[in-house]
Design a protein around this ligand. Structure first.
Ligand code: ACO
Length: 402
């Protein structure tokens, strides 16, 4: 690792690294990925162990504060999050300003950005206590925002948070309860939802997290910084891949059509890519995909959907791709998005909600990374350099002379 800052201080030397494939933008002690081993650690704990033994709010505590909580610390943290799940009542009008057919991600970008207009006190980033309050507010309110974006898009009344439910169950309640019927959250689905949230909680300096850090490096408030991260996450090469992946699996339709799509993915002249495959850092199995695959089987069995064609297509596609020289050579393996859409669809979510669920799960990662950055004495405004390839200096010509 070369500390380029020293070279730069001595003269005008800098790296040209499109896509930052080999440039570290910060030091961080939150998440570690070993791309060759296919290992993901949060504060040192392997993700598969957390997915097996922990739960989302405990992982949130771990990411934010660096250690697993004691029972008392966890209770206190859960109470603080629970007490902040309501949105300012006036924010409803903000939702109502959108077209009904707006994508829920578009609503989330707008509403989260607008939070700085409703929670002024948390925008004072010089005050560590306000930074703490902003973090709790963000984690607590994001499920309400995502659920309301969904309710609004289907023309149903907003459902207020129920604070006697746990985090994931409350989210399902806000999405699926209707005033005319008693809605009881299935604990098995709540557990599956909680696991999806855990698997998406943080992933070091991915595009959206780097966006949050870059936006926040100028001193922008945390709500504005996270709104920028949500916008970045929306892209199909990043968080939008879960929606794109399920749409692709549906388009493939049956296992007989798989070879045609594999052929297209290998064709250099065809822009088609296998969605849910490949990763900038993992050159081995994404450990989250393994857990997600098991969860897909569990959830579908529990819901009595044993004969799911999309899951069959996904498994067969994975099998064929992993035996194909092209994918083996390029080290392209299924990523977290490959199976998540199948589970979310089985739970009753439309594809447009997949990326909002990713966003609400990733909020803790964004806010933990933002807090780490703000508290870092080495922190500077993010300001990449460029290699200029435009015209050399020239004189202005009057319009009639051009
Ligand atoms: N299908 C077919 N070929 C692929 C795929 C894919 N999914 N992914 C990469 N490749 C090929 C590229 O064509 C390229 O080939 P080349 O060397 O012959 O030009 C090579 O593998 C390397 O690909 P890059 O795009 O250079 O790799 P990069 O690290 O920039 O991109 C990315 C990683 C964006 C994830 C890419 O693999 C991709 O587009 N995957 C599909 C979208 C997706 O699933 N995104 C979710 C990522 S995980 C997350 O955000 C939660």
């Amino acid at each position: 690792v070369i500390d380029i800052r020293k070279l730069y201080a001595d003269g005008d030397v800098f790296t040209f690294d499109p896509g930052f494939t080999s440039t570290a933008s910060c030091q961080s002690s939150i998440t570690y990925i070993d791309g060759d081993l296919g290992e993901l650690l949060h504060r040192g704990y392997p993700i598969d162990e957390l997915a097996d033994k922990s739960h989302y709010l405990e992982v949130c505590y771990l990411l934010l504060y660096g250690e697993l909580p004691t029972a008392a610390q966890l209770e206190d943290f859960e109470t603080r999050v629970t007490r902040h799940t309501m949105l300012h009542e006036q924010m409803q009008y903000f939702f109502r300003g959108f077209r009904r057919d707006a994508h829920p991600m578009a609503i989330m970008v707008g509403v989260v950005g607008a939070m700085s207009a409703f929670y002024h006190d948390s925008t004072d980033i010089s005050d560590p206590w306000q930074r703490e309050v902003a973090a709790i507010r963000m984690i607590a309110k994001m499920p309400t925002i995502a659920a309301w974006a969904y309710k609004y898009s289907i023309g149903q009344p907003f459902v207020y948070p129920r604070n006697n439910l746990d985090y994931a169950a409350n989210f399902l309640h806000m999405c699926f309860a209707v005033p005319s019927e008693e809605y009881v959250v299935d604990p098995i689905l709540a557990k599956a939802m909680d696991r999806i949230m855990m698997l998406h909680a943080d992933h070091e300096q991915n595009a959206s997290t780097s966006t949050v850090r870059l936006a926040g490096s100028s001193g922008a408030n945390p709500f504005a910084s996270i709104a920028a991260g949500i916008a970045c996450l929306w892209g199909p090469a990043h968080g939008g891949a879960n929606q794109a992946c399920l749409e692709m699996l549906r388009q493939i339709g049956t296992v007989d059509n798989i070879p045609e799509y594999i052929k297209r993915a290998k064709d250099k002249d065809d822009p088609f890519r296998l969605m849910g495959f490949g990763h900038r850092v993992y050159k081995n199995f994404d450990p989250r995909a393994k857990v997600m695959k098991e969860s897909a089987d569990e959830v579908l069995n529990l819901l009595g959907i044993e004969d799911n064609e999309t899951l069959k297509v996904a498994k067969e596609l994975e099998r064929i791709a992993l035996e194909d020289e092209f994918f083996v050579e390029k080290k392209l393996y299924p990523n977290v998005d490959f199976y998540s859409g199948i589970i979310l669809e089985a739970m009753g979510f439309p594809t447009s909600m997949f990326t909002p669920i990713f966003a609400l799960s990733r909020t803790v990662g964004w806010i933990s990374q933002w807090k780490e950055m703000i508290g870092d004495p080495q922190q500077k405004i993010g300001r990449p350099r460029q290699l200029y390839t435009g015209a050399p200096r020239r004189s202005y010509s009057e319009v009639e002379d051009r």
